[in-house]
Ligand binder design. Structure first.
Ligand code: HEM
Length: 399
């Protein structure tokens, strides 16, 4: 059996491929990735939790390659314990639920503004959920938190999308690669300027707090602050965009779940939890073995890339019975959507919190909101790493 995550058919619908992998070859060498892909839930938990054996140190270099905006230092997602803890301890203070709840009003306002924006650009009561709402919402929230100009959100969105496209760099032509390079240079230049400005004149935003913060009497260097800001921008943007886009793309697969949540808003968090299990916005991660290991009966040499397929873990029937059924009453605990172990997503609460605000606002403003296509006709973004609709026209009726 062969497995090629670069295959466009896989990228349009990975789930039948995952089912086959789990049944026939749950740990498989992929020639195109030059690494082993891991499909079973238990093996994926092993890879994610045993950080000494499965190192994150090449995560960023593999994802971004020569397009890393600040390659001189590695962001926390690409650090192993114990170094990883230093940056994580510092950054996660800003992500405590009680800090984030203070932002509820602002997030609600951003959401209201964008709903009105989507209505204003609509034609025949149709707008593009992916671009006119979902793409702009999380980037506006994270821009607010970082204290960066919200009017630049479209630039940020394009820069982040283009930078993340670097994961597919092996198959792109020179023109596309030039766009990715431009995005990388622009992000570095922008944040370099902002860090200088905030060092001279601190505010009450997150970047100023990173500049001032001390861990064990040490401060973060300018490049570490730039790096952290870019990581948060990347981590906080496309993922939540794809959560919201993917949610509405699946409307016709389970309309009853949407209508139940619309009628009883206490079910919105359950709708989102099941969506996160069913269609994880991040489909795979990267680790490297620090020694020879045997995983799922397969011997993997030291220094080899290992890719846990998160989208497959969440459809493993050993963990989630009837995994291909979307069921908002199921227990989704243990899903791999936000990873597991030391790198468990720092923004998991934020993304669920902001997505719930957005879904409630959309339900309030529209009594009907349905995509024009069913999920099989939707064009999904070209990526084995990120999953969301490339575009999603939706028809609405105002409440
Ligand atoms: C639905 C939305 C999101 C998904 C699916 C997601 C997914 C993930 C996953 C799978 C990881 C683990 C990476 C690994 O183990 O190597 C991760 C880490 C991370 N995420 Fe998220 N994320 C989301 C939203 C966010 C948001 C909103 C932010 C911040 C604004 C964020 C910031 C981070 C950071 C900083 C890390 C690295 C943590 C570490 O290395 O210790 N994420 N995310």
């Amino acid at each position: 059996m062969q497995f090629d995550p670069m295959n466009p058919d896989f990228q349009q619908n990975p789930y039948p491929y995952y089912d086959e992998l789990r049944a026939k070859a749950p740990v498989i060498w992929s020639e195109s990735m030059q690494g082993f892909c891991v499909a079973g839930f238990d093996d994926i938990i092993t890879v994610l939790t045993e950080a000494e054996t499965y190192s994150s140190s090449k995560f960023w270099p593999i994802l971004l390659g020569e397009y890393d905006p600040a390659p001189e230092v590695q962001p926390m997602i690409s650090l192993d314990p114990p170094d990883h803890l230093r940056t994580r301890t510092l950054a996660q203070k800003a992500f405590l639920p009680r800090e984030l709840k203070k932002l509820e009003e602002k997030i609600g306002q951003i959401s209201d503004d964008l709903v009105e924006h989507a209505i204003s650009v609509s034609k025949d009561n149709t707008f593009d959920m992916a671009w006119d709402f979902a793409a702009l919402f999380p980037v506006s929230v994270i821009a607010e938190m970082l204290g960066i100009d919200r009017s630049l959100r479209l630039d940020f969105k394009h820069w982040v999308d283009n930078l993340l496209a670097a994961s597919n760099r092996a198959v792109y032509d020179d023109a596309r690669l030039a766009e990715i390079k431009h995005a990388s240079d622009s992000l570095r230049a922008y944040f370099s300027e902002i860090v200088d400005a905030r060092t001279a004149n601190p505010g009450d935003d997150m970047i100023s707090s990173f500049i001032k913060a001390e861990v064990n009497g040490e401060r973060l260097s300018k490049l570490e602050v730039i790096n952290l800001a870019i990581l948060l921008l990347i981590g906080g943007t496309e993922t939540t965009t794809n959560l919201l886009g993917g949610l509405f793309a699946g409307y016709f697969d389970h309309p009853e779940a949407f209508e139940a949540a619309r009628a009883d808003r206490s079910l919105v968090p359950k709708l989102l939890e099941e969506q996160l299990r069913w269609q994880p916005p991040v489909q795979s991660l990267f680790r490297h073995t620090t020694r020879e290991v045997i995983l799922g009966g397969v011997t993997i040499p030291a220094g080899t890339m290992v890719m846990p397929l998160l989208g497959s873990a969440n459809r493993d029937p050993e963990k989630f019975p009837d995994p291909n059924v979307f069921d908002i009453t199921r227990d989704t605990r243990g899903s791999c959507t936000f990873g597991q172990g030391p790198h468990f997503c720092m923004g998991s609460f934020l993304s669920k919190f902001e997505a719930a605000v957005a879904v409630n606002k959309l339900f309030d403003r529209f009594k009907k909101l349905e995509p024009l296509q069913n999920s099989e006709e939707v064009r999904w973004i070209d990526s084995y790493f990120a999953r969301g609709p490339a575009t999603l026209p939706v028809k609405f009726e105002l409440a």
